[in-house]
Design a protein around this ligand. Structure first.
Ligand SMILES: Cc1cc2nc3c(=O)[nH]c(=O)nc-3n(C[C@H](O)[C@H](O)[C@H](O)COP(=O)(O)O)c2cc1C
Length: 375
């Protein structure tokens, strides 16, 4: 239905992207998603400074599967020089095949310092960061993309201007989450804005926000004309959504509705992959806990068993608990199309003093370099 998405020399088919999600889209979760169908599967966000400083935890976070191509890395940077250094490191040490830049993080800790979704407002600084990344990536033919929100709030929209600036800077594509920072994850994503951006740019535009089912992706494409879609919360506890997306983009109507037994097998594999990645059974199982409620969403599973699963410490214990689930329990179709994960309420965006008054100041915000999540 849509041609493959061209990102530099890479062809992404179907044009479906797993949204970077901090704490979620590590090598383990990406493996489960990748097995379901084609697409681009983005690593969780990596802070440029932490990468350049070779923070051991950060170096572990950039692990990719042996067969993972293209290896897609998302960087969060607020300083053109540090961003350039990080991308140079990626290129020189062959750490990834694609770099995405995060300008969508709405976390108050970050915006209060001028980072994440606050940054495109400072248009000169934004353009310098993107240009620095593109210049550092170009010698290796590594495409750079930008992921952003509509703006700070409805009175301070930046997406068209920022999209054009990113295009001028040489990015391979621009992804837009159709919400402002002020909206956080509340309300519904503005697909009209995504369509507006698509009209404004000549580089590929990717649409993001509120794709809960494969058919939502088709609707978004029809509504906006985008070149591809970015899927985040819809696949939480549901890596097989990527099989549905592959089917939908191939024009097929088959959709996966796994019974609880199959879900339990996926849960077990997810935990095991996390254990392998972290190199420690307890750490892997602890990290797995956050996924339990998403996997079990809508299934009739008692509170005690849910709680025990969400406190699991080891794989044998996990096997025992999963063994108590009824494998024949059918997939709860009532959950289809329902939001998953964060839906937090809107809120005022905290910004540095004087941030809105001077769009052309381009000093690097001080202290906005934190390794926090969100987009
Ligand atoms: C738990 C979580 C972590 C996220 N982390 C990041 C991130 O590191 N980088 C980023 O650009 N966006 C991040 N996001 C935003 C998503 O990539 C995506 O833009 C957003 O969830 C909207 O898409 P959706 O409606 O398909 O979920 C995160 C979202 C969630 C729910």
């Amino acid at each position: 239905m849509l041609p493959p998405l061209a990102l530099g020399q890479h062809r992404v088919s179907p044009p479906v992207v797993l949204a970077p999600m901090a704490g979620i889209t590590n090598v383990a979760f990406r493996q489960l998603c990748r097995e379901q169908g084609g697409g681009l599967y983005v690593c969780e966000m990596i802070t440029t400074r932490a990468l350049v400083e070779r923070n051991p935890k950060t170096l572990r976070m950039i692990a990719f599967g042996a067969d993972e191509r293209p290896r897609s890395l998302q960087l969060y940077g607020i300083d053109p020089e540090v961003t350039a250094a990080a991308v140079r490191m990626v290129v020189e040490e062959d750490l990834a095949d694609h770099v995405d830049l995060n300008f969508g993080c709405p976390v108050p800790k970050v915006t209060r310092k001028g980072g994440g979704s606050a940054l495109p407002w400072r248009r000169r600084l934004f353009a310098r960061i993107v240009r620095a990344a593109v210049a550092a990536a170009a010698p290796a033919g590594v495409p750079v993309t930008v992921k952003m929100r509509k703006g700070i709030d409805d009175d301070h929209l930046t997406y068209v201007e920022a999209g054009l600036a990113a295009q001028d800077a040489g990015v391979a594509a621009v992804a837009l989450h159709g919400r402002t920072a002020a909206q956080r994850y509340s309300g519904t994503a503005d697909w009209d804005a995504i369509g507006t951006l698509k009209q404004a740019l000549s580089v590929p535009v990717l649409g993001n926000g509120d794709i809960w089912e494969a058919d939502d992706a088709l609707r978004m494409v029809a509504h906006t004309g985008v070149d591809g879609v970015v899927v985040g919360r819809g696949c939480l506890g549901r890596p097989w959504l990527f099989a549905d997306l592959a089917a939908a983009f191939a024009g097929r109507s088959d959709r996966r509705l796994p019974a609880l037994g199959e879900v339990a097998v996926t849960m077990r594999r997810h935990a095991e992959l996390l254990v392998d990645w972290l190199g420690d059974e307890r750490d892997g199982c602890t990290d797995f806990r956050k996924h339990v409620a998403w996997y079990l969403k809508g299934f009739p599973v008692g509170g005690d068993l849910r709680r025990a699963l969400a406190m699991v410490n080891g794989l044998t214990e996990l096997d025992d608990l999963l063994g108590r689930l009824d494998p024949a329990e059918p997939f709860p179709v009532s959950t289809l199309g329902q939001p998953r994960g964060r839906t937090n309420a809107p809120g005022k965006v905290l910004l540095p003093e004087g941030w809105l008054a001077d769009r052309d100041a381009d000093t690097v915000p001080d202290g906005a370099e934190l390794a926090d999540s969100g987009g």
